[in-house]
Ligand binder design. Sequence first.
Ligand code: SF4
Length: 91
Amino acid sequence: MVDNRCKGCRDDYVVDSKQIERVLASPMFRSDRCVSDSEYLTRLDACMSCPKLQGGTTCLVCGCIVQITAKLKEKRCPYPGEDRWSIEAVS
Ligand code: SF4
């Protein structure tokens, strides 16, 4: 039978926590390109209550893995019309 789902939705493309941890262990994620731990947790809290989060990892707006993207200072939440990572949006 033909699998017509997009590649990213297939089970063999599901990202697990070990893969995320492996990426986050790279030197880039210990540099000044990253936000503080508290800002990281604030961003992830916003994602965990967001209707655009799928499977606890994937942002349906931009397709990113939020546990990775939220680490980077230059990244912004792409929620339409509202940056859910901003302090005002979360509090
Ligand atoms: S829209 Fe923003 S808050 Fe929602 S999952 Fe994507 S990055 Fe996270």
